[in-house]
Design a binder for this molecule. Structure first.
Ligand SMILES: NC(=O)c1ccc[n+]([C@@H]2O[C@H](COP(=O)([O-])OP(=O)(O)OC[C@H]3O[C@@H](n4cnc5c(N)ncnc54)[C@H](O)[C@@H]3O)[C@@H](O)[C@H]2O)c1
Ligand SMILES: O=c1ccn([C@@H]2O[C@H](COP(=O)(O)OP(=O)(O)O[C@H]3O[C@H](CO)[C@@H](O)[C@H](O)[C@H]3O)[C@@H](O)[C@H]2O)c(=O)[nH]1
Length: 435
């Protein structure tokens, strides 16, 4: 395989993985970013985010000189420019593409004649056409745009880069499509070559589908709670169906958060509406998600007889377990709602030292000390390991709202806790043991 000269523009969460990954695929990679601190940090082999395996991979690529980070790059030196800048939502859900167009302008100054701009950021269908028009207007009609969406999950970024379920390459011409597909030749995964709009839509469709299963799971979990059914067993029976699958997004909780699912569902709704189409299913998914936090706050309000002056401990602050990322965290949204109603909120998360508007005392016992209620926001081993008797001894009152089903409700009820799950009598097995 031929080593290509690749420029990665924007080395935030996605750009850093892309740069390190392409260097490990034996390409010659330069990463640039407008954030000078980030460039300095990565060039020194330091990585802020909690991404297992990525720091070591970064350091080895730097050592081998396959990778470097710089504030800027020499003009005319690159065959490919990967755009990995953010595409955040505007208030109506429309993605803000200003960073993307600025990055494309930079690519136009740095690519060799006939070079290729690869959009790795999540972009609305039709963006590739608009970028090519902008490049033509800038006198770079020789350049082409190819979309290769990124499907990795935070907290598993390095694993997902190296072992993706699929690679999607969307281009207008076959030669360019092939050239970009070859960059990933070292990865063993099915490669879908398609037109650019299909590739752009493939990313949004994937996130919309995942979000929809989360909202479905949340509604089923609510119904199970009303009926006294066991959600754990319920979802296991669904996952056992091969048409649904073991890794289906059927984990209930405070709803989907993070940098992608909320903004990409909003963007897809916007994209459809702009073409006169209403996506009813997606709208319901978003609405169900929006209501989760309010439901949790209402349960706590009722159980505590008002939130004013209550102390509430929230366990799990990042947008999901296993990451330090607080963007669109539903746990933080709940903390904010509780605080708005006069509660004092304390938070604990092993991967988060501080969070805006919330007191983080640094240890789990300190977060629980004197609390009137406990919110479990993450399903994680460290939560499951928490001893309910020790928690009861630390807290002022024994009340727990467990959003994801992260604790053993029977054990917590036995320790005197009132929980948000209605418990049925255990089923006696034929041998007399309890199930
Ligand atoms: N975070 C994820 O897990 C994930 C996964 C798949 C796709 N995506 C998509 O990838 C894109 C980037 O997301 P992210 O989480 O990496 O964002 P991020 O904010 O972490 O990183 C973006 C980086 O781009 C830099 N930047 C902005 N304008 C620039 C410019 N003109 N030139 C050079 N650098 C510039 C910023 O300083 C920042 O470091 C988004 O479209 C997102 O939807 C994200
Ligand atoms: O069964 C589940 C699974 C997830 N979630 C929540 O859904 C959100 C998103 O989770 P996850 O998909 O693991 O997070 P991301 O790292 O944001 O990854 C998603 O968003 C990325 C950015 O587009 C895509 O690349 C990934 O494929 C897509 O999974 C989080 O708040 C989770 O807590 C649930 O509530 N229940």
């Amino acid at each position: 395989m031929e080593a290509e000269r690749v420029l990665v523009i924007g080395v935030g969460r996605i750009g850093a993985v892309t740069a390190v990954g392409l260097a490990h695929l034996l390409h010659d990679v330069t990463g640039v970013d407008t954030n000078a601190g980030r460039v300095e940090e990565l060039q020194a082999g330091r990585l802020r985010e909690a991404e297992p395996g990525l720091r070591a991979a970064l350091q080895s690529a730097l050592r081998l000189r396959a990778l470097r980070f710089a504030p800027g790059a020499a003009p005319g030196g690159f065959d490919f420019a990967f755009l990995c800048v953010d595409t955040p939502p505007l208030p109506g859900g429309e993605p803000d593409l200003r960073q993307l167009f600025a990055a494309a302008e930079y690519a136009a100054r740095t690519l060799r004649p006939g070079g290729t701009v690869v959009t790795r950021s999540t972009v609305p269908p039709g963006t590739g056409d608009r970028l090519e028009a902008a490049l033509r207007a800038a006198g770079r009609g020789d350049l082409g745009v190819v979309h290769v969406p990124e499907f990795l999950r935070e907290g598993r970024a390095w694993e997902d880069f190296r072992e993706p379920d699929r690679i999607v390459v969307g281009a207008r011409d076959r030669v360019r499509c092939e050239r970009v597909a070859r960059l990933f030749a070292g990865i063993s995964a099915p490669v879908y070559r398609c037109d650019r709009v299909t590739a752009e839509l493939a990313k949004y469709a994937a996130n919309a589908f995942l979000a929809t299963t989360v909202s479905f799971a949340n509604e089923m979990a609510d119904l199970a709670a009303r009926l006294g059914a066991d959600p754990e067993v319920l979802f296991e029976t669904l996952r056992a169906d091969r048409r649904i699958g073991r890794e289906a997004y059927l984990g209930p909780g405070l709803g989907f958060g993070g940098h992608c699912l909320p903004k990409d569902t909003a963007a897809l709704e916007y994209v459809a509406a702009a073409r006169g189409l209403t996506l009813h299913q997606l709208q319901a998914t978003i609405r169900v998600n929006r209501e989760r936090v309010g439901q949790a706050a209402a349960w706590l309000d009722e159980a505590l007889g008002g939130l004013e002056g209550r102390t509430i401990a929230v366990l799990g602050l990042a947008f999901k377990p296993g990451t330090d990322d607080l963007r669109e965290s539903r746990a933080l949204a709940l903390a904010e709602a509780l605080a708005l109603h006069g509660a004092e909120v304390r938070g604990y998360d092993p991967l988060v030292r501080e969070a805006p508007g919330i007191c983080c005392p640094g240890t789990l016992p300190a977060a629980l000390e004197g609390a009137d209620a406990l919110v479990v926001a993450h399903r994680a081993d460290w939560v499951r390991a928490l001893d309910p008797c020790e928690a009861a001894a630390l807290m002022a009152r024994q009340l727990v709202y467990d959003a994801p089903g992260g604790i053993d409700h029977r054990a917590w009820a036995a320790a005197g806790f009132v929980t948000n799950r209605c418990l049925r009598e255990p089923v006696a097995a034929a041998d007399g043991s309890e199930r």
